[in-house]
Design a protein around this ligand. Sequence first.
Ligand code: SF4
Length: 416
Amino acid sequence: MVLSINKSYKPEIAAPAGNPEKLEIAVKYGADAVYFGGKKFNLRSGSGNFSADEIDKGLQTCKKAGVKTIFLMNSFLHEKDINKVKDYIKQIKDYKFSAIMISDPGMLLLLKESGIKTDLHLSTQMSTLNHLSVKFWTDAGIKRIVLARETTLDEIKSIREHTDAEIEIFCHGALCISYSGRCLLSRFLSGRDANQGSCTHPCRWNYALIEEKREGNHLEIIEHATGTEILSSKDLNLIDVLPYYIAAGVNAFKIEGRMKSIYYTANTTRIYKHAMNTITDNNDYIKYLPFYLSELDLVSHRPYTNDLFNEFNNLGFNKIPYIKKVLFLGYALSRGKDETEAYIKIFNPVYLNEELDVIYPIKNTEIKDCKTTIKEITDDDKKESVNMARPGKIYLVKFDKAIDSDAILRRRLPDK
Ligand code: SF4
């Protein structure tokens, strides 16, 4: 791989922060920027999102850690929304976000009218695919454009040649089968509008054909042995082609997934951040690539693609079912009375004497991930030893080795 990458140039990794807990983890695990929404007008109404107090706290956490904050106001506005947006802008106007992300030009006008001074980013939802569109939006006051996921590598290079505007692309996560989010399937089939942040992902449902005179007789459309998802897309994963996109001049890489787990946020963030460092600082990227690929395989995903447009001659169909090789169990909140104990917030049951994986943020080149065995579990409320830690509670857990306060626990699942 011979690419010209300016060593002083380090694009940002923007991590998803679906709720305050995920924001804390994204910061711990190496995000340069986090993106999150308030309770209204962002495109993930199903993620926890942030109340006013939580925004305050999140901003403080990020300021302390030197992490940028991108606040999402990227839903599309109907007539009935306009006065509500004006009120909402008054509520959020004084927060010191690094940037606000919008999609709807109406939102842009309302923010400008309010006199807000925050930088503005344009969401991928606006399907920006060429340098003239980039110019249009920068002339309108936008600082950074998140290009459409449909933009090819050559198009990114051409856009870079024509403009100094900041450009961002998605590097990881779910894709739409339509132009990003511009789709009415969900509104049509479940009454929940993707353009208002409520997509139910019907493009991933299983479909069958029915011949009109044979009602109830569902005919399989065989694409692979385990089912048919005629609309479903793979998930994006650019880790093994990341240097090409850095060399093309992308300023920021966004990881999709505000609705995904804390574990997903932590692991994808640390891997992309470490890859960014090894690509731009030294030549270790190729050495670490197998580790990156194997860790990204250990977050839940559909089959990955790095190649939406066959730019890397890597198209081809393989089976679409969800791939899940590990189960996220919980994360450490703080140490116990010695270095082998930690208070763990539990998300899935954890059992006495079982052996688990622990992963950690990657600091420089030190990968501390390891296996550990559970030696004791204490119910912190009842102060009694138990055989199983239950989801939704905090337990004091003793391990067979030292555990740090930023550990995440996971269990390997048997091969299916
Ligand atoms: S239904 Fe599928 S293609 Fe449509 S917006 Fe939702 S995820 Fe995207």
